[in-house]
Design a protein around this ligand. Structure first.
Ligand SMILES: Nc1ncnc2c1ncn2[C@@H]1O[C@H](COP(=O)(O)OP(=O)(O)OP(=O)(O)O)[C@@H](O)[C@H]1O
Ligand SMILES: [Mg+2]
Length: 389
């Protein structure tokens, strides 16, 4: 593969080391997590590669790291299914280092009890308080769902990102979703008896406050996110004339949410759910003003997705002043040579902090990293076991 990496080699190996994030994961230990009975990894603070055949457990390691940041799996929301078959508890331990200060995060889940996060021996009371403390960005094959699926998946992407940067946002999301659930169940029960307008009003007051907050934050966030996204898209697509955009579509834009809710009550009673609000918002991805999923080529869609993820990385870095851990799952497999080249360029130039990469073709990753003169730790995996480093 010809990537013209030689031209970078004179200024290879993190030309600006001070620009590297001081936060990194030093050690990871897994106990009865997915197909691992017990595995301990000691990481390089730059690039770590998990290599091995399909199905051996490479992605599972990234998922364990994801648990430490997000308190949940990126792949399977049912914690019990992430316990090794036949066992009743998983434990994931991570040792982080931040400018020489170490901290230990333990995430554990046992059947029949609540999931627990301990940081330096202290239980985290609310899991939501932990999210965002150890920023992580994952680029994975199923990101394509962001383009292909309905608005819910895109809302989740932006919600999870904004929530990492703004604790109040997460609180409002939780309030909004709880109140909406109650409002909808009130609408369902109200059939014959008629509706309890006082109760409806108590739900609506909270829905309006949280809904307005969420709407405002989504609007503001997109304004700062868009330039980062566009810059990355141009970089990845090689500076074409394509015009990419993300439009925030909301019932509430330019309208008073309270009035909208009042005006739709008749309809809501008939259909027995809330027909208007920020739970219906969407972020529409466009290419030259047409919807990306309809007209985008595969390459354009890939650039769009990686552009989104790199902008996610940059947004977190800008706000938190720390580079998130970057998890790249099977990325070389899904990208063409040109985009791989662009990504490796970013690695070489020190755009990222600590990286974790999976690849089912060891020769490819090893070749790429060697050619780019990037220092990397290689972990060879075989059926839930680390065979060699
Ligand atoms: N709860 C569990 N208990 C035991 N094994 C599990 C559990 N959950 C998943 N696995 C196993 O983990 C393996 C998949 O691991 P993973 O997705 O990490 O593979 P991979 O190395 O990333 O493969 P690929 O190269 O195809 O992406 C499968 O063999 C699956 O059966
Ligand atoms: Mg995998």
């Amino acid at each position: 593969m010809e990537f013209e990496l030689r031209k970078y080699s004179s200024r290879h190996q993190y030309p600006n080391p001070s620009n590297n994030s001081p936060v990194h994961l030093k050690k990871l230990a897994l106990y009865d997590f997915k197909n691992y009975e017990e595995a301990i990894f000691t990481f390089n603070n730059k690039v770590n590669c998990f290599l091995g055949k399909n199905g051996v457990g490479k992605t599972n390691i990234l998922d364990a790291i994801y648990y430490l940041g997000f308190t949940k799996s990126a792949l399977n929301g049912v914690d019990a299914q992430n316990i090794k078959h036949g066992k009743n508890q998983f434990i994931i331990k991570g040792k982080f280092s931040n400018e020489g200060n170490e901290s230990e995060v333990i995430c554990s889940y046992a059947i029949g009890s609540k999931k627990a996060i301990r940081e330096d021996g202290m239980d985290t009371r609310k899991l939501s308080d932990h999210i965002g403390k150890y920023p992580i960005v994952l680029i994975a094959p199923n990101d394509i769902e962001l383009i292909w699926s309905g608005g819910e998946v895109r809302r989740k992407f932006f919600d999870s990102l904004i929530a990492q940067l703004d604790k109040n946002y997460l609180e409002h999301l939780i309030i909004y979703s709880n109140q909406l659930k109650q409002r909808n169940s009130l609408l369902k029960q109200s059939g014959e008896k008629g509706i309890d307008y006082d109760l409806l009003d108590t739900y609506d007051q909270k829905i309006i406050v949280s809904g307005n907050y969420i709407h405002q934050k989504r609007t503001e966030f997109l304004t700062s996110f868009l330039p980062l996204f566009k810059e990355n898209y141009v970089f990845l697509s090689g500076g074409t004339n394509e015009e990419v955009d993300i439009q925030y579509k909301s019932d509430c834009s330019g309208k008073d949410f309270g009035t909208l809710l009042k005006n739709s009550i008749r309809k809501d009673i008939v259909i027995q759910r809330t027909s208007i609000g920020i739970h219906r918002d969407d972020f529409v991805f466009t290419l030259n003003q047409f919807e990306l999923k309809r007209i985008g080529s595969q390459g354009q869609q890939k650039s769009f997705l990686i552009g989104l993820k790199l902008a996610e990385f940059k947004s977190i870095e800008n706000v938190k002043k720390v580079k998130p851990l970057l998890l790249l799952d099977d990325i070389f497999d899904k990208l063409d040579d040109e985009r791989i080249h662009k990504l490796v360029t970013l690695v070489v130039e020190g755009a990222f902090g600590q990286l974790f990469i999976t690849d089912a073709r060891p020769d490819r990753s090893q070749g790429l990293l060697k050619e780019a003169n990037v220092e990397a730790e290689l972990f060879f995996i075989e059926n839930g076991k680390l065979t060699a480093v």
